[in-house]
Design a protein around this ligand. Structure first.
Ligand code: FES
Length: 121
């Protein structure tokens, strides 16, 4: 009887080292109707991920590829109207969508790589 094939581990979104500490990276994940635009931001050994979609009018946040941070590096910033979002939970602190938030994406770090976390609820 042949052995069952070992399931392939899902591809990581990126390596942790692909994201400079204090910065963020945009990732296009999937294809076709399942394609998602995700941003992953790093604080030391921790990462926080969100859909790259501003809750104000739905544009992507970055003004250039991988440029998501405010000038002082403290917040995620929407390039369209300047809304500022807290890195740790995506809450809009200032701007036209104040009080609303980015949509979180569950991720985990495993062996130095950032993966979507299908086990998160
Ligand atoms: S679209 Fe982001 S603040 Fe307006």
């Amino acid at each position: 009887m042949p052995e069952a094939a070992t399931p392939l581990a899902p591809s990581p979104l990126c390596r942790l080292d692909d994201i400079p500490d204090g910065q963020a990276k945009g990732i296009n994940w999937g294809s076709g109707a399942d394609r998602q635009e995700i941003l992953v931001t790093r604080r030391g050994g921790a990462v926080f991920a969100y859909h790259n979609r501003c809750p104000h009018v739905g544009t992507t946040l970055d003004w250039m590829p991988d440029q998501f941070m405010s000038a002082d590096g403290q917040h995620l910033q929407c390039a369209t109207h300047g809304a500022l979002f807290r890195v740790e939970d995506g809450l809009c602190l200032r701007g036209p969508c104040a009080g609303r938030g980015l949509t979180p994406v569950a991720v985990r770090i495993e062996d130095g790589a950032v993966h979507l976390d299908a086990t998160a609820t």
